[in-house]
Design a protein around this ligand. Structure first.
Ligand SMILES: [Zn+2]
Ligand SMILES: [Zn+2]
Length: 48
């Protein structure tokens, strides 16, 4: 199943992933595969 829509971070790339925390649709660039989160959530988690 593919996700339709634009990345909610850069709003220029097609969204390919969805954040497991906030549910934001994000492109590959703005998705953290290790955590399954968008960069906004991943940066918050990674700060500890
Ligand atoms: Zn993006
Ligand atoms: Zn997120």
């Amino acid at each position: 199943m593919s996700i339709h829509g634009l990345c909610q971070v850069c709003e220029s790339m097609a969204a390919e992933q969805q954040c497991q925390q906030c549910g934001a649709l994000v492109c590959h660039t703005h998705y953290d595969e290790e955590t399954g989160l968008c960069i906004n959530c991943a940066s918050a988690v990674g700060s500890r």
